[in-house]
Ligand binder design. Sequence first.
Ligand code: ATP
Ligand code: MG
Length: 253
Amino acid sequence: MRDGAAHPHIRMLTVRNLTKSFTTPEGAKVRVVDVADFHLDPGAQVALRGESGSGKTTFLHLIAGILRPNSGSILIDGAEMTSLSESGRDALRAAKIGYVFQTFNLLQGHTVLENVLLGMSFAPGGADGVRARAMLGRVGLSHRLRHFPRELSTGQQQRVAVARALANRPKLVIADEPTGNLDNRNTAGALDLMKEVCRECGAALLLVSHDDATLERFTNVRDFTDINRMDNASRTPWGQPRKPGESAPRIVE
Ligand SMILES: Nc1ncnc2c1ncn2[C@@H]1O[C@H](COP(=O)(O)OP(=O)(O)OP(=O)(O)O)[C@@H](O)[C@H]1O
Ligand SMILES: [Mg+2]
């Protein structure tokens, strides 16, 4: 029986036999993602621990439909991401997924409130000022609505990113090393807030990190190396410089 079919319990996310490879300038194909089976139940909160270069961001980009896999299946709340066109993937992402980027990706020319409203404008419900203000209030930024991102502290920018990710009432929140720019005390506060708001909104939370201060806020922490069977050759550990003349591998679609 297929997941969700003839069954009231539909998984929030089901990943099967997912692969993604990149090609080096020398023409060697390097597999960065090879995930046989991964799933999240509605409302689950899971952190994946993985060293730098282990394919975490690539995996999250595949789940969110930002990148296309070479093969495999990604079901988001029962809908197959991999069979959609780019605009179809954009629509599914807008309807179901909130994404918190490591660098926040706030639009610098727009105020805090506009950033949240613009994020909402792609979703089925459209921009909703009442909801946007409520979410910004929830993250403690009601007094900063008309400020620009550059006028905020890093922790405040992070909270704008959380408000924007949750404003559309996503069923799945994806967070890619979201506290990379915060000190330990602010990391704890930001993560507890994100977890709390996800719980209130009934959203599942999938976070990736290599930072212990981040991971210790989660009870459900899994090693990404247990999930992803990437080629050893594709690992680029810290401190291992590129060889002279060696450039980043090209992407292969
Ligand atoms: N667009 C791309 N083209 C070619 N190679 C890529 C591309 N994106 C990622 N890679 C390679 O895939 C591997 C995994 O990268 P990825 O960004 O997914 O790692 P990560 O686990 O998120 O690392 P970090 O913790 O440093 O963010 C790296 O070796 C990287 O060089
Ligand atoms: Mg990354």
